[in-house]
Design a protein around this ligand. Structure first.
Ligand code: AMP
Length: 583
């Protein structure tokens, strides 16, 4: 296919915001694509060169693209940057500058989709000495034979910022329209430029089948190709394959345990809800692969987990669903997710990281065992397999704690126990539920305490040190008792968190400084005036604070400049919330 054909589809997609029209354009493109090119086209249409689960990144900087435009157009880098400032998009810059040049060269060859795809896929493979120049050359070569519009999209693809607004749902629907159009009887509405299925039931069935295929393979290319080749038969052939990550099953939220019972049925399984991050571990023969919920391959980042899976899970061939939870290597105490999140992206000093930030793997489901898909098996049968094949080792790899009950009291005790040991809450699961990849079906629900929010006034702070010197930090908070204020906690958020809320330490310091009543060392007392909204996980009784209560894990939410001192949350409300939470 000529790249110009693809470029004009991109342009058409970019110029409409209507989803149905986008789907129509995509289905037209898919229809005229040859079988050999289909995987390439579905990737390019998403602005990708590699499937979602492939960790390969293009890694091309703006600088490099500017250099390539410079070579292809003859314009100086200064001129290019000037245009960039004006247009705000290097794609448009390339369109303007490179295009001019190629129109003049009569003998430039037509760019093909193959050529673009091949050149761009080479980029991430180049490393080491001279690789920068080679990369520039590959991009410049494409730009030199690109027509203006083509240049726009080559550059945007290189920079992984295609901006044509195609969501995964549109591609899925377009696959149905393109390849099962005769079965679902699509009608084209000339005026509104959209097509609609006449046979709605059949259409729904195909959409679900394609979605399921996508959830299993997480790869549009594989799905599209097989559908093109085999039509409806493809669905029977698309199966789980260890090594190919799948979209994991998601859970809904229940209000409380009673609601959970109503939704998943009684008796049900109740499990600890661990606070870590999702991991799917695949074993295929001798090799173990680990993927995150977003399908990133993190095998290299977790060498110890590879070992655990080899040692403590018996089987040659499996896919298991787990939660990796961090713990303090010295005290053994479990840590919240944030403390280990850095391991996910880490590329260096991996072994040291594994020592400093160890994780425990809590296995809670299994999707495939010894080559056989377990997706259609009831949950209790999947759990039974887990119990058979896993040799639990604490602080390494264990099975999720579970009870089976139809009794609210028993469930509540288990829930309390989960919270007491620092877990997030519990999951309630239907014993007969199947494993439905990618969907938030109600076979399982989560129950966790709601984070409440309080409006509190700042009555104290500390002068920061190091990076924070010159700023007031660590704010002492108080609730209202009549017209007095009593301390209830301290919020010492990170700069990042504050900035996400649109405030900085500097801004807060400027607000608080004029209100300082007294200073003693680093500690200052502040006249109550600045009100902030704070969320927390729990209220505890406390002998240290004068209010008699303390907030567990308070978090800054926002400044409440709209509130008056009389609006500050009262001690009565705190007492009520405390009592409510005991229930
Ligand atoms: P949420 O992220 O709040 O939607 O809660 C669902 C997440 O809880 C899942 O994606 C898992 O990462 C995690 N989780 C922790 N423990 C379990 C468990 N026993 N069963 C299922 N998911 C769990």
């Amino acid at each position: 296919m000529k790249y110009s054909e693809l470029a004009s589809i991109y342009e058409a997609l970019e110029s409409t915001s209507k989803r149905l029209e986008k789907t129509y354009l995509l289905s037209k493109l898919l229809k005229k694509t040859k079988e050999d090119d289909i995987d390439q086209i579905v990737l390019l249409i998403q602005g990708r060169l590699f499937p979602q689960w492939d960790e390969t990144k293009m890694g091309v900087s703006d600088r490099l693209v500017i250099k390539a435009i410079n070579i292809a157009s003859g314009n100086s880098t200064a001129e290019i940057e000037q245009e960039w400032k004006k247009l705000g998009d290097l794609g448009l810059v390339a369109e303007k500058l490179v295009g001019k040049k190629t129109q003049a060269t009569l003998f430039s060859k037509d760019l093909t989709v193959d050529k673009v795809y091949d050149n761009l896929r080479k980029l991430p493979t180049l490393e080491g000495h001279g690789s920068v120049d080679q990369k520039i050359k590959l991009i410049a070569e494409l730009l030199s034979s690109a027509k203006p519009l083509e240049a726009r999209y080559v550059v945007r693809t290189v920079l992984e910022d295609l901006r044509v607004g195609v969501g995964s749902g549109s591609i899925r629907d377009a696959l149905v329209w393109a390849f099962f159009g005769d079965k679902v009887k699509v009608n084209y509405n000339q005026e509104e430029k959209k097509i609609e299925p006449e046979n709605r039931e059949e259409y729904k069935r195909f959409v679900e089948a394609v979605q399921h295929a996508l959830d299993l393979t997480a790869d549009y290319g594989i799905v599209a190709k097989l559908i093109m080749k085999k039509g409806e038969k493809a669905f029977g052939e698309l199966t789980l394959e260890p090594g190919n990550p799948i979209n994991v099953m998601l859970y809904q939220k229940a209000k409380d345990l009673k609601d959970a019972f109503e939704r998943v049925g009684k008796p049900c399984a109740i499990e600890f809800k661990y606070d870590g991050f999702r991991m799917q571990i695949h074993k295929k023969g001798k090799s173990i692969l680990i993927f995150t919920r977003r399908l990133d391959n993190v095998t290299n980042q977790f060498p110890e987990v590879v070992k655990y899976a080899e040692q403590f899970v018996h089987g040659k061939n499996f896919i298991i669903d787990c939660e990796a939870v961090g713990f303090n290597p010295k005290s053994g105490k479990y840590l919240p997710f944030q403390s280990i999140s850095q391991r996910i992206r880490r590329k260096h000093n991996i072994d040291q990281m594994a020592k400093d930030f160890p994780v425990e793997i809590n296995v809670f489901d299994i999707m495939l065992f010894e080559g056989k898909s377990l997706l259609k098996e009831p949950f209790k049968a999947r759990r039974a397999i887990l119990e058979k094949i896993i040799k639990p080792h604490e602080k390494k790899l264990v099975i999720a704690r579970q009870i089976i009950t139809d009794n609210l009291k028993e469930a509540d005790n288990f829930y309390k126990e989960a919270l007491k040991v620092g877990e997030e809450g519990v999951m309630a699961k239907n014993l007969d539920g199947i494993y439905k990849p990618g969907s938030r079906v109600g076979y399982g629900v989560k129950v966790k305490p709601v984070m409440e929010s309080l409006d509190l006034v700042i009555v104290g702070a500390e002068w920061g040190s190091g990076k924070r010197s010159g700023w007031l930090t660590s704010y002492v908070l108080a609730c209202r008792k009549g017209d007095k204020f009593e301390e209830i906690g301290k919020v010492g958020t990170g700069i990042k968190e504050l900035e996400e809320q649109g405030v900085s330490f500097e801004q807060l310091t400027n607000l608080l400084k004029p209100l300082i009543i007294s200073e003693e060392g680093k500690v200052v007392r502040i006249k109550p005036e600045i009100i902030i909204e704070v969320k927390y996980e729990e209220i505890q009784k406390s002998p240290t604070y004068e209010s008699g209560y303390a907030l567990r894990f308070p978090r800054f939410i926002r400044l409440r400049e709209d509130k008056a001192l009389s609006d500050v949350s009262g001690l009565g409300m705190v007492e009520e919330l405390y009592a409510g939470q005991k229930k």
